[in-house]
Design a protein around this ligand. Structure first.
Ligand SMILES: [Zn+2]
Length: 438
């Protein structure tokens, strides 16, 4: 009987020996060896696939007589592409597992002739979430007609029929808003005004984590801070759009915004996961960590960068954190907040803010306040409320919320935020901060 060693699947030496033995002796390879061999090869290739191809997200381009599909651009995600004679079969994998279901995809189609192109997408570990959009210039996007999108197997398989002309176009789960777009946005913002930017840290792959800062000129008394963060989760585009408009309102040249900036120190870091955005990730950073589960452990450079800012506020006796907003997207417009009866500093900020905004937003924009207990789950919201007692709110937009409403409502929420904080008592102390010893 031949003994098969079950060492590491990465060690092929025992297979070579066994196969050589049978090849030299010209005897048939027993079924057991063959089965184990093929199984191990499968396991090994799966491991390689998981580590290399999934983290990179890019399959080789594939083509037939009708078109070529590729994933050779920033933000792309297409893990495997097989061209058949009349159709394409692509697989969309997450960067690593386990992962929350947020299956991002983005690929380019270069047609070779006009017609109707059939693309079958399969998700390896989630159901369809993002309605496909297409764009020829990666700037103006149109929703693919829902009649041309068929979900099968409970959304694990999606069949697209795309009308093609001659120009190449990108198909993606949401609009692309890539790292370069943030830099342009920041450059345009600071060109007009006296705002500063600072690099608060670097991502795992060394991309700059940039924050826009604004500080009152008269800075002698108490320093009141607000912190805005975004894009911890790469595919959450509606939250990203809301954040940019929200910040434009806060940094605008209006009497309200100027008054706000004369009193409050603002730190706004709109892109906390640039690597994830660049690689078309579903949710994590390059180390495979969900950044919004790392506020507490702070194991990642992206969250450590924000912690440094928070430590500076906590260690400065004159500084108080008044508000933190963290922008995301989910299946509806919702603000995750503290419970109404839980103390925050300033008190009742969230009630007043939400009520003010609700009064101004007509019925076109529906949203919900979802009160949540402050738990040990290491989200920004839990960590900040626990540490500072400040209102800490997850600002979530629906994946499908009309983009005009995303922006229009963000203006209202920004203005109401500024009004509410300006009306608060500047002399308040953090409710979570221990009283100074005598
Ligand atoms: Zn999120």
């Amino acid at each position: 009987m031949v003994r098969i060693h079950t060492k590491s699947v990465l060690d092929y030496s025992h297979w070579r020996r066994s196969i050589a033995y049978y090849v030299v002796r010209r005897r048939p390879i027993p079924h057991t060896i063959f089965r184990r061999l093929t199984m191990n090869i499968k396991l090994t290739s799966l491991a390689f696939l998981a580590v290399f191809s999934a983290m990179l997200g890019a399959a080789e381009a594939c083509e037939n007589d009708l078109a070529k599909l590729d994933a050779e651009f920033e933000g792309a995600r297409m893990s495997e592409c097989v061209a058949k004679r009349k159709s394409f079969h692509i697989r969309i994998d997450p960067e690593n597992l386990p992962i929350n279901p947020s299956p991002w995809y983005a690929f380019r189609v270069t047609p070779k002739q006009p017609g109707d192109l059939k693309i079958v997408m399969r998700y390896s570990d989630a159901a369809h979430r993002y309605r496909p959009k297409r764009s020829e210039d990666a700037t103006r996007w149109t929703l693919v007609d829902p009649d041309r999108v068929k979900e099968r197997r409970k959304g694990k398989k999606v069949i697209l029929r795309l009308a093609t002309e001659s120009s190449p176009f990108i198909v993606a789960g949401q609009e692309l808003l890539l790292t370069g777009a943030y830099q342009k946005w920041i450059d345009a913002l600071i060109e007009e005004a006296q705002f500063e930017t600072t690099v608060i840290g670097e991502s795992v792959e060394g991309r700059a984590l940039t924050a826009v800062l604004s500080a009152p000129e008269d800075d002698d008394g108490k320093k009141e801070h607000v912190l805005f963060v975004g894009r911890q989760h790469p595919p959450e585009l509606t939250g990203a759009f809301a954040m940019l408009t929200f910040l434009e309102t806060v940094f605008a040249d209006t009497p309200l915004a100027i008054a706000f900036r004369q009193r409050f120190h603002i730190t706004a870091a709109p892109l906390l996961n640039p690597d994830g955005v660049a690689h078309g990730y579903w949710r994590h950073n390059v180390n495979g960590v969900d950044l919004n589960r790392d506020w507490g452990p702070f194991t990642q450079p992206e969250t450590q960068a924000v912690k440094k800012i928070l430590d500076e506020i906590a260690n400065d006796e004159r500084s108080e954190l008044r508000l933190m907003l963290d922008f995301h997207s989910t299946n509806r417009n919702v603000f995750y907040t503290q419970f109404k009866n839980v103390a925050t500093t300033p008190p009742r900020f969230t009630d007043l803010w939400i009520a003010g905004a609700r009064e101004r937003l007509d019925e076109g924009f529906e949203f919900e306040r979802a009160e949540r207990e402050t738990t040990e789950l290491a989200t920004s919201k839990n960590y900040i409320h626990r540490r500072f007692g400040a209102p800490a709110i997850t600002y979530e937009l629906g994946d499908q919320t009309d983009r005009r409403l995303v922006r229009a409502s963000a203006i209202v929420f920004a203005e109401e935020m500024m009004e509410t904080l300006l009306a608060s008592d500047p002399s308040l102390e953090d409710s979570a901060r221990p009283a100074p010893a005598d």
